[in-house]
Write a protein that binds this ligand. Structure first.
Ligand SMILES: Cc1ncc(COP(=O)(O)O)c(C=O)c1O
Length: 443
């Protein structure tokens, strides 16, 4: 048997050995355990003292004035929308390739979602597809730094300033990332972050909101943090209602998560530095390989991928005679890289929730319950978002710089690309929509 034979057809696997430690995340040490036990033993789970310390440290790390801890990223982003005064009949613009919680909470505020295209290289909202979607009802643009790649913020901020609308950054995938030297989450008006355990900044079920805007911060406090909605409030429209839970929600962060967060933050920069070194090494090894491209900013751009959450590669089937990404991924998996799957989240605008579902009993679909026109977007309306699943594959998310092991994975991709012609024969093709509603829930 020659080395060239693909493992899919009985050849030798390129990836050998046990690499569990290479992928294990988050890194939990005695220090995390001690911090959690301290809160647990003194019964401080529902307090806010540890959370407030975490917020101070998080704000300092980001270089912003305010950070507010949340029970989830979903809650932080809903509060960011409320902070930006997204309300009845308003619209927000959001990319369609993302997770629900970048935008769906707008429904609970009586607002609608207008989806914009993504850029096929960054996978983030395409700045060129925003302005024509702005109406006098648009309150905010939600920017998602999707799977770690910073969105192109400069033109987005320029559009938002021109039309006097807010920019909400969803930083759930890109904590610690840079856009032209600036931290993701510090460029728009407000940012929401998921810090749940699957993310690169992983503390448990938790979220964070950051902003430099006092009014946005105070509105977020008023919405879901009644215990802090007190005499310290400066915003005149909120003052008369201090002490009342305006949103009716209780969104405070669980202090066991806050305790983990404080420890994780201490080591986060150094840990993602190693992830960056490992992931960039992997892609450097694959530079120039036919059919595949790195999903990362240019090296000299000052932009980075943060912690490379849920890292993917760009697939160019035209360079491999149309070989499907499904078949390509199957071949790479057979080489021993068993985390490699085709596709990405199915675009949100294609789900019935944004078309037919009457969530709140309006007697009509919630997507247009308070809209002044039918703004639902049918299949075919966002072709790049709808087709992107066929041009993406998941890659290993290395947490450590172990060049020998990483090289084995890179070799698995190289081998599949090199012998792609053998794969063309029984190529089943791609299903019409690759990916489920999240990359973790594949249907
Ligand atoms: C892009 C994006 N936004 C928001 C969220 C919501 O965060 P959470 O799960 O912490 O509520 C997630 C992930 O879960 C996400 O991937």
């Amino acid at each position: 048997m020659t080395e060239s034979k693909l493992a899919l057809f009985g050849g030798k696997k390129t990836v050998k050995g046990d690499h569990k430690k290479l992928f294990a995340w988050p890194i939990i040490t005695r220090e995390d355990e001690k911090a959690v036990l301290e809160v647990l033993r003194r019964g401080g789970m529902s307090g806010i003292d540890v959370t407030q310390e975490f917020e101070k440290e998080f704000a300092a790390w980001q270089g912003v004035k305010y950070a507010l801890g949340f029970s989830s990223g979903t809650a932080s982003l809903q509060s960011a929308m409320f902070g930006c005064k997204v309300g009845i009949g308003d619209e927000i613009i959001c990319p369609s390739v993302t997770y629900w919680a970048s935008c769906l909470q707008a429904f609970s505020l009586g607002a609608s979602v207008v989806f914009a295209e993504i850029d096929p290289n960054t996978l983030c909202i395409d700045p060129k597809d925003i302005e024509h979607r702005i109406t006098d009802r648009t309150k905010a643009i939600v920017v998602v730094h999707f799977i770690g790649h910073p969105a192109d913020m400069d033109p987005i901020i320029a559009i938002a300033r021109k039309h006097n609308i807010k920019v909400i950054e969803d930083v759930s995938h890109a904590q610690g990332g840079l856009y032209k030297g600036r931290k993701t989450g510090t460029i728009g008006d407000v940012a929401g972050y998921s810090l749940m355990s699957g993310k690169s900044f992983a503390v448990g079920e938790a979220g964070m909101l950051t902003t430099n805007d006092r009014e946005i911060y105070e509105r977020a406090v008023a919405f879901g943090h009644y215990e802090r909605f007190n005499n310290s409030i400066e915003t005149p429209s909120l003052k008369p209602f201090a002490g009342l839970p305006l949103g009716g929600y209780k969104y405070r962060m669980h202090q066991l998560s806050s305790a983990v967060g404080r420890v994780q933050l201490k080591y986060y920069d150094e840990r993602i530095k190693e992830i960056q070194q490992a992931m960039n090494y992997f892609w450097d090894l694959l530079e120039g390989v036919r059919g595949i491209r790195a999903h990362r900013p240019a090296k000299d751009s000052g932009s980075t991928m943060g912690g490379w959450y849920a890292a993917h590669g760009l697939y160019v089937p035209e360079e491999l005679e149309g070989l499907s990404v499904t078949r390509f991924s199957e071949a790479v998996r057979a080489e021993g890289a068993d985390m490699v799957y085709a596709g990405i989240n199915k675009p949100l605008h294609t789900h019935p929730l944004f078309h037919a579902c009457d969530v709140y009993g309006h007697g009509k679909p919630t997507a247009i319950a308070n809209a002044n026109r039918d703004l639902r977007q049918p299949p075919g309306s966002l072709p790049i978002s709808e087709g992107i699943g066929k041009r993406l594959f998941g890659i290993p998310w290395f947490k450590h710089y172990q060049p020998r092991a990483i090289a084995q994975y890179a070799k698995a991709f190289k081998k599949a690309a090199r012998y792609y012609q053998e794969l063309l024969k029984d190529d089943p093709g791609d299903r019409p929509a690759l990916g489920g509603w999240s990359s973790y829930w594949r249907h």
